[in-house]
Design a protein around this ligand. Sequence first.
Ligand code: SF4
Length: 387
Amino acid sequence: MEALFARTGLADLYEKVVQGERLSYDDGLRLYRTPELTAVGALANVVRERMNGDATYYVRNLHINYTNICNKLCKFCSFYAPPGDPRGYVLTPDDIVARLAEHRDHVIREIHMVAGINPKLPYQYYLDILRSVRAARPEAQIKAFTMIELAQIARAAKKPLGDVLEDLKGAGLACVPGGGAEVFSDRVHEELFRAKLDNEGWFQVAREVHRAGLRSNATMLYGHIETVEEKVKHLLHIRELQDETKGFQCFVPLAFDPARTELEHIPVTTGQQNLREIAIARLLLDNFPHIKAFWIMITPQIAQLALWYGADDLDGTVSHYEITHALGTASHHQALSHQELLDLISEAGRVPVERDALYNVIPEQLAVGGQQSAKGSVSLRVLSSSS
Ligand code: SF4
């Protein structure tokens, strides 16, 4: 191992990582710029194994996107319909309950709800959908609302966010997915998502969420117009906030999918890029317990490799996942059964560990019983970049 790092000029970073020393901004830039991806991955693997051993976490989850109507018009988004567009939809609480009923025979431990920023939805709507989901699937935990949605919900409530979070918790909210961060750069914000909450706003909401006792994830959307410097700053900002609140559970690097967005001219991310983002996140975010390889966006094959590049979480085990682009004009499907996911993890030499939305480990017996009843397909819609 030492020889690899000496040969690649990363011996000093290896020493820091082995000593548990925090990596700096300049270290982050070097990790992005070195051509030695294998060495970057090996460094990340040192941290991954120190923190999580061989464990690879997954959860059986169901995604619900309750509305695609959104007034934020982000250039990287293929999901939204602007207000007034006939293609817009809003799921009523009954629609959501009906969708859950389609999956009554499946084990679901987490229900993940995110959507567009629909200014017409009243505060009561958000409470109603939470209560309906909780009543329909009381055993599942509800992970819902990006920081952007939470800001909108507080606006609709005309109440302080802290009070709103208490209401949402009372209605069933268990944790928060943390999306909408994109890249913390004023330049990127101005160019790609200027109508949306700015960087400081995202941090303020995240602070409130954690202060309310809710855990969240954090994300970074990469592969569009961002620079290496902006990505390192993004990661270090998130790390600072985690030092302050300790409220983040997991970091999720999100690969940008340009299909049918205003940025369609940008090439899709490569396997090399995807592995590097995961590895660098693992190395810089030394205070994050988990790093996710979101297989739906980067393919199961790359996600499997990522288990040796810093990732210890593969997201959900749903056996049929649909990503719908541009309001249903086209879609592609990725299928991965529960058993295939378990095999993927095991074949990589890692140990599958079923968890709930809060990273509580599911006892093995329950996990096996659930596996038997998880046959069949689960059809989902998901934002290519949620809120
Ligand atoms: S990314 Fe989210 S906030 Fe932006 S347009 Fe799409 S749905 Fe709206």
